[in-house]
Design a protein around this ligand. Structure first.
Ligand code: SAH
Length: 395
C-alpha cells in the first residue's frame, strides 16, 4: 500500500461555482409551465418543449409545432445548450463510445455509451471530478470541481438515447435501455440533483426517458445517510455499493469515506434498501493485485455477504496513470470468484469495455488533452458476463 498515492481530503460540499443557465429539465412540470407563461406563451408549450428535449431535438428549426416566431426565444429560455461535445472516442468495434463534454463554465465531464446484444447502457457523470478521494480511481484523484445540475446529468442520458435512436453506434438504430451512475462523481453527494435525474429517467415519454427502475443503477462509495434517504424515497432503482474491501482496516485506505461510515454500517444500509425494494444490490469490488485479492479476503467477503441480498461484481482494476497498482492476475481472480461462490454469494466479473479509450471504470478524469493521451477517464458501468470466468446476471 505504500507508494505514489497522495492522500486527498474528503470533500462533501461542492465548491459553489456559477450555476448553469436555467433549463427545462431542472424544473417540475408546473414550474416549466409557469416559466413558459412568463414568456407570454401558452403553458402547453412547456410540454412541447419537453417532448423535443427528451427526443434529443436541439435545433429550433425542427420544432415545427412551435410558432416560428417563438422558437428561438423558447429554446433560449428553457432549452439552453448545456453540454457541448468536445470529442467522441470509440472502441470495441464501434460499440463503445466515450464522449467528453464541456459545460457552460468550462468544466469537463465524460459519459460512456455501451452497446451489448439486446441492450445499451450509458454511464453518466453526476459531478465534475469527485471529492471521495479513492486512491485507485482517476476521478477521485482529480478532486471535486463542482456538482452537476440536474439538466447537465439528464442531458447526458438524453444524448445517449438520441445517439442510439439515430444509429450513431455500430449496429444500427436501437434504444437506450440502461443508465448507470458510474461516471465521474459520487451521485449520493449530489443527492437532490440525482433524485431529479431519476425522475426524468423513469418518467414515461414525453416528460422523461421512460426507463424501467431496475435498469437504472446508482453507485455509491457508501454515504450511509444518503442510502437511508434513498431507501425512504420509494423508488426501486438498483443500488451498487463500492466496497472494495471486506475489512475496515483496508477499506479505510481504499475508500477513505470508510473512516466515517464503516463496512458493517454500509452493508446494513444496503440491506435495508434491498429489503424495502425486494431487489438485490450489487457490491462493487475492484480486484487489485496483492492489495485486496488474497484468498483470505475472499473468505472474509463471503462471510460478510452470505445470506444478504447482495450480488458481487468484481472489476479487475483498471490501472490509472501514476498508480502503483495493477489488476489481479487471472488465477487470483478465479480463486476469488470460486471462494465467494462457495460461500453462496452470487458473483460476476465485469467486462472492461472502453479500456483502450480510458473509458473503463475508474479511468474517467476528463481533460482536454489530445486524443490518445491517457488522461481522459470515465468509469465503466455496464456489466457483461465475463467469458473466461463464467458469470451470471448483470446490472
Ligand atoms: N462514486 C461512485 C460511482 C463512480 S465509480 C462509486 O464509487 O460507486 C464507478 C465504479 O468504478 C465504482 O465501483 C468505483 O469504485 C469503480 N472504480 C473506480 N476506479 C476504478 C479502477 N481504477 N478500476 C476499476 N474500478 C474502479
Amino acid at each position: 500500500m505504500d507508494g505514489a498515492m497522495t492522500a486527498l481530503p474528503l470533500v462533501f460540499d461542492a465548491p459553489r461555482r456559477g450555476t448553469p443557465p436555467r433549463h427545462l429539465a431542472d424544473l417540475t412540470r408546473e414550474e416549466a409551465r409557469a416559466a413558459v407563461a412568463d414568456l407570454g406563451q401558452p403553458a402547453f408549450r412547456a410540454d412541447q418543449l419537453a417532448r423535443h428535449f427528451y427526443r434529443g431535438v436541439t435545433d429550433p428549426a425542427q420544432m415545427t409545432d412551435l410558432p416560428a416566431a417563438a422558437r428561438e426565444a423558447l429554446t433560449e429560455a428553457l432549452l439552453p445548450g448545456l453540454l457541448t461535445v468536445v470529442r467522441h472516442q470509440t472502441a470495441d468495434n464501434g460499440r463503445t463510445r466515450k464522449t467528453l463534454w464541456r459545460l457552460h463554465d468550462g468544466a469537463l465531464v465524460e459519459s460512456v455509451l455501451m452497446r451489448y446484444p439486446g441492450r445499451a447502457t450509458v454511464c453518466i457523470s453526476s459531478q465534475a471530478g469527485c471529492g471521495m478521494a479513492c486512491p485507485f480511481c482517476a476521478t477521485g484523484q482529480q478532486g471535486l470541481t463542482r456538482n452537476l445540475s440536474a439538466a447537465e446529468i439528464i442531458g447526458q442520458a438524453v444524448a445517449a438515447a438520441a445517439a442510439m435512436a439515430n444509429g450513431e453506434l455500430d449496429g444500427g438504430p436501437g434504444r437506450l435501455s440502461n443508465v448507470v451512475f458510474m461516471g465521474m462523481g459520487e451521485p449520493l453527494a449530489n443527492y437532490a440533483r440525482v433524485r431529479k435525474t431519476l425522475d426524468a429517467l423513469l418518467t414515461p415519454a414525453p416528460h422523461g426517458l421512460g426507463l424501467s427502475q431496475r435498469s437504472v443503477t446508482v453507485s455509491t462509495v457508501g454515504l450511509v445517510p444518503a442510502i437511508r434517504r434513498l431507501t425512504e424515497e420509494g423508488r426501486n432503482v438498483t443500488l451498487a455499493v463500492s466496497l472494495h474491501a471486506p475489512d475496515d482496516e483496508l477499506r479505510d485506505t481504499l475508500v477513505p469515506i470508510n473512516t466515517r461510515w464503516k463496512v458493517q454500517e454500509v452493508v446494513d444500509a444496503a440491506d435495508a434498501y434491498a429489503k424495502r425494494t425486494g431487489r438485490r444490490y450489487s457490491v462493487e469490488y475492484a480486484l487489485i493485485r496483492d492489495v485486496n485479492d488474497q484468498p483470505f479476503r475472499a473468505d472474509l467477503l463471503g462471510t460478510l455477504l452470505a445470506g444478504r441480498l447482495a450480488h458481487v461484481n468484481l472489476i479487475p482494476l483498471n490501472p490509472t496513470p501514476g498508480s502503483p497498482w495493477d489488476a489481479s492476475p487471472l488465477p487470483a481472480q478465479r480463486e476469488f470468484v470460486a471462494r465467494l461462490r462457495a460461500a453462496g454469494v452470487a458473483t460476476t466479473v465485469r467486462d472492461t469495455r472502453g479500456q483502450d479509450i480510458d473509458g473503463a471504470c475508474g479511468q474517467l478524469a476528463a481533460s482536454d488533452a489530445a486524443p490518445g493521451v491517457p488522461s481522459v477517464a470515465v468509469p465503466t458501468p455496464s456489466v457483461e458476463p465475463p467469458v473466461e470466468l463464467g458469470a451470471e446476471g448483470d446490472q
